[in-house]
Design a protein around this ligand. Structure first.
Ligand SMILES: C[C@@]1(CC(=O)O)C2=NC(=C\c3[nH]c(c(CCC(=O)O)c3CC(=O)O)Cc3[nH]c(c(CC(=O)O)c3CCC(=O)O)/C=C3\N/C(=C\2)[C@@H](CCC(=O)O)[C@]3(C)CC(=O)O)/[C@H]1CCC(=O)O
Ligand SMILES: NC(=O)c1ccc[n+]([C@@H]2O[C@H](COP(=O)([O-])OP(=O)(O)OC[C@H]3O[C@@H](n4cnc5c(N)ncnc54)[C@H](O)[C@@H]3O)[C@@H](O)[C@H]2O)c1
Length: 240
């Protein structure tokens, strides 16, 4: 069953980040997470990381990517002149608000880590099988659930899918006939994929059971927390 688009009005695109200049502000834990996500998908991206301090792990990652430049200095708006897209990942919310405003006046898109209202775009959980890439979004409702869905898809999709993908351009080129005829043949060739072992109904049933289990656990945890709050000395004092 399809959900109404309003449940998640985000428009998914796949950026050619390696053709853009990225500015990442913040070289701590969250900065490292964002840099890792950027380079995992797009390793040859020109990223300028600006920060007062850098985690050693971030320095190590940067050293493996010649197009990543570290600038050990405070953020200034002038840095936006050299950027096409911006990631803010410092521990300073006031600075994030400033970056957002300056980026807007430069017509730049910005992602502010952990701050949905300041983001023009979100990062997603990424499933990759060779050339196949699937991005998962929960519209910011729960990155943890996005991570779990990624794991499910990673397991469900067969590794052989990439071998199929690699062959498809050659098959397409060899086909004779007009566009409609080619599309028909390509659909015939790939028809079996949708009913393959990765898509068996039991897997879906298992996920449904697990999702229900998670909800029950979350509900039970919340109930325990509420009960212990109500029975704590502070709340007893408040009760009549
Ligand atoms: C997908 C992924 C990509 C990436 O960052 O690379 C990603 N977060 C990931 C993990 C993760 N982040 C957080 C947790 C811990 C708990 C939790 O779930 O809350 C976990 C899970 C974990 O680490 O286990 C903390 C957190 N994150 C955000 C908030 C603020 C808020 O929710 O209000 C808070 C609370 C901060 C706090 O409470 O202080 C917000 C965002 N995080 C997003 C993306 C965007 C929405 C994506 C979507 O639509 O689903 C959005 C909106 C903006 C953005 O950052 O782009 C990556 C999964 C990588 C993977 O696949 O393994
Ligand atoms: N670490 C996590 O996993 C996590 C999870 C959820 C939320 N958060 C929140 O996210 C924020 C960032 O967390 P973190 O762990 O990355 O912090 P951190 O202290 O490791 O990193 C912050 C970085 O920002 C840089 N910075 C600060 N002011 C700057 C400026 N004016 N110009 C340039 N660089 C500047 C610092 O030098 C530092 O490298 C915090 O507010 C934290 O509460 C962190």
């Amino acid at each position: 069953m399809l959900s109404p688009p309003s449940a998640n009005p985000l428009f998914p695109v796949f950026l050619k980040l390696e053709q853009l200049r990225v500015l990442l502000v913040g070289g701590g834990n969250v900065g490292l997470e964002k840099l890792t996500a950027i380079l995992r998908s797009s390793p040859a991206t020109a990223v300028t990381v600006v920060s007062l301090t850098f985690l050693p792990a971030l320095r190590e990652l940067a050293a493996q990517h010649p197009k990543v430049q570290l600038r050990e200095e405070a953020y200034t708006d002038a840095l936006l002149e050299e950027a096409d897209i911006v990631f803010a990942a410092t521990d300073d919310p006031a600075l994030h608000a400033r970056i957002k405003q300056a980026a807007r006046s430069h017509r730049l898109l910005v992602n502010v880590a952990d701050t949905p209202p300041l983001c023009d775009f979100y990062l997603s959980s990424v499933v990759q099988k060779g050339a196949l890439k699937i991005a998962v979004s929960t519209n910011g409702q729960s990155p943890t659930v996005a991570k779990r869905v990624r794991a499910v898809l990673e397991e469900a999709l067969p590794d052989e899918l990439d071998a199929v993908l690699q062959k498809m351009p050659a098959i397409r080129q060899q086909l004779a006939g007009d566009f409609a005829a080619k599309v028909r043949t390509l659909n015939q060739v790939t028809a079996g994929l949708a009913g393959g072992p990765g898509f068996e109904v039991p897997a879906t049933r298992r996920w449904r059971r697990l999702a229900l289990g998670a909800l029950l656990t979350a509900g039970a945890l919340a109930a325990v927390q509420v009960r212990s709050l109500l029975s704590s000395p502070a709340s007893k004092k408040l009760s009549p």
